[in-house]
Design a protein around this ligand. Structure first.
Ligand code: PMV
Length: 326
């Protein structure tokens, strides 16, 4: 009853910010993302009566007690589904540098869900695995299927699931992740989005999402980068406008974040096709096509305050691995 899974982080192009059901993590809107080749979590789960209690560790990093409890609660959901009560040992490793905010909860809960589900003896479809991963951490459901992924908001747990729109080989996009801050974010996405309704702009963002999802799907279908780029920037800015106008307001950006936003607008003016998107943190994802990666990296390196750059290609989703961490 020991299994290991590896899952990528993902970057959302149309983002999710706000839930209609907190405990089931049902989102208020559908979202579209791409899995990232350069940021993944590997997790081994073993259920064994040799253990007297659950044990959760993350190699090279200290986990807070509350983070361990969240993992154990998710293991409990899986144990109940599998009809077992056996204690579990869970060990994880992230391949990306500490505190880069590279969506560790998405890759972490996707790898945990699949390793634990298979180790517990459950045989689930990909759709069922995305539903289970979503209960652990919303965006984790998008790290299960391959490549470019749509998470359909749904109205119930059964119809809020993720599926692949296109495999990773479909479009040679790059996510040049520009690290301007290594500090852990002060307000988690779970805490931050629980206040989403206090923003006067919340409803108008939600009202525009269905149209954005359709337009983004069309831009993906045509591999139309200019349209694609303008939609992802628009949704990123809409989401951050909501965050900044919630009560209390959340400012995830730092000065360097805004410097990069200005630089991207200037670079585009000079003819370089690149767009940005930003999650719940200060680091900036520069999205471009493969042929422009070198120039985007070269220019990003020159911006003041840039601490590191991680280049990602589109990636497969979760995979079961032969080698275990213990
Ligand atoms: O599912 P969470 O709690 O990791 O929230 C993700 C929220 C954003 O990264 C800001 C947006 C998104 O859709 O990934």
């Amino acid at each position: 009853m020991k299994k290991t899974a590896r899952a990528p982080a993902n970057i959302a192009f149309v983002k999710y910010w706000g839930k209609s059901n907190e405990s089931l993590r049902l989102p208020l809107n559908s979202s579209i993302s791409m899995n990232l080749s350069g940021a993944y979590t590997t997790t081994t789960v073993e259920f064994s009566s040799r253990y007297s209690s659950d044990n959760v560790t993350l190699i090279g990093e200290e986990l807070a007690e509350s983070e361990k409890q969240r993992v154990v609660r998710h293991i409990d959901v899986i144990r109940r589904k599998a009809g077992i009560r056996t204690p579990a040992r869970v060990m994880s490793r992230n391949n990306f540098p500490k505190g880069t905010g590279a969506a560790a909860s998405a890759s972490g809960f996707a790898a945990l869900t699949v390793a634990a589900a298979v180790a517990s003896g459950l045989t689930l479809t990909e759709k069922e695995l995305t539903i289970l991963a979503r209960i652990g951490s919303g965006s984790a459901c998008r790290s299960v299927p391959d490549g470019f992924v749509l998470w359909q908001a749904g109205n119930t747990s059964e119809d809020s699931y993720a599926y692949s729109l296109y495999p990773e080989s479909y479009w040679d996009l790059r996510d040049v992740l520009v690290i301007v801050e290594r500090r852990k974010k002060e307000i988690s996405s779970t805490a931050g989005m629980s206040n989403v309704r206090s923003s006067p702009f919340f409803q108008s963002r939600i009202d525009g999402i269905a149209h954005k999802i359709e337009s983004l799907k069309k831009a993906l279908e045509k591999r139309d980068f200019p349209t694609f780029g303008s939609i992802i920037e628009e949704d990123c800015l809409n989401m951050h406008a909501v965050m900044m106008t919630q009560s209390p307001p959340i400012f995830y950006w730092s000065g360097a974040t805004l410097d990069i936003v200005h630089a991207v607008h200037a670079w585009r003016g000079e003819g370089l096709p690149v767009s940005f998107t930003i999650d719940a943190g200060p680091n900036v994802h520069l999205i471009c096509e493969g042929r422009n990666q070198e120039e985007v990296v070269r220019r990003a390196t020159l911006v003041d305050g840039v601490k590191d750059i991680i280049v990602n290609k589109p990636s497969v989703g979760v995979r079961i691995m032969k080698e275990h961490l213990f």
